[in-house]
Design a protein around this ligand. Structure first.
Ligand code: CA
Length: 220
């Protein structure tokens, strides 16, 4: 697994590179936005870790260029507290997730694992139950109608859609979408299933399989 780090603060770039290499990833890093964009557009990486504020091109510019080129590589943005508007723009432009500085390396590593699990190399479009998830543009449609969803909602729905007609267990969803190795006993999954139901509308495309998990109806 090869990760590109574009971060102009050398201390953070170094910290990320060493940490990710210790996790077994191959890491390439640059401090320059324009160089980072060129590298990202090569499509040689399994994940992009982009600082938002960079010299040359911003992290947001890079996300837009990568998605514009039809590259589905997962992207995690590194943002400073207070860059809320930029974070939203980043997610809208197709970033997979973001991590706010200062962050604990363990959290970042969990987000990286989750983003890599959700990614489907070479399979940019997932269809199930009348629902289409476009993983490149991060767009969802139901019976041709566009459904605006957040990044995590899209990841959860993509997981369900890939397994349409089959139960996705609570453990599988927590691991794939949140990066949890053990069930932390949070209700995050139930909350996000609720968001999806509300946004996808009637008829309810998601079946609850009591004390097991959830299933997207195959012909919903
Ligand atoms: Ca910066």
């Amino acid at each position: 697994m090869r990760i590109l780090v574009v971060e102009d603060e050398p201390g953070i770039a170094d910290f990320l590179t060493r940490g990710l290499e210790a996790e077994g990833y191959e890491v390439e890093a640059t401090v320059d936005g324009a160089a980072g964009e060129e590298m990202a557009l090569s499509g040689r990486y399994d994940l992009l870790l982009l600082d938002l504020m960079l010299p040359g091109r911003s992290g947001l510019d890079i996300v837009e260029a990568v998605r514009g080129a039809g590259i589905a590589t997962p992207v995690i943005l590194l943002t400073a507290r207070g860059e809320v508007a930029d974070r939203v723009k980043g997610l809208d432009a197709g970033a997979t997730d973001y991590v706010t500085k200062p962050f604990a390396f363990e959290e970042l590593a969990a987000r990286v694992r989750a983003a890599l699990r959700v990614a489907l190399p070479g399979d940019a479009r997932v269809v199930g139950g009348g629902i289409e998830v476009d993983l490149v543009r991060r767009q969802v449609t139901r019976d041709g109608r566009s459904v605006p969803l957040s990044g995590r909602e899209i990841d959860l729905l993509a997981l369900l859609a890939r397994n349409a007609g089959v139960v996705v267990t609570r453990e599988q969803a927590l691991r794939a979408v949140w990066g949890y190795e053990h069930d932390p006993g949070t209700n995050a999954l139930g909350v996000y299933i609720g968001y999806l139901r509300r946004k996808l509308g009637e008829p309810d495309p998601i079946e609850t399989v009591r004390s097991v998990g959830y299933r997207l109806r195959a012909n919903g």
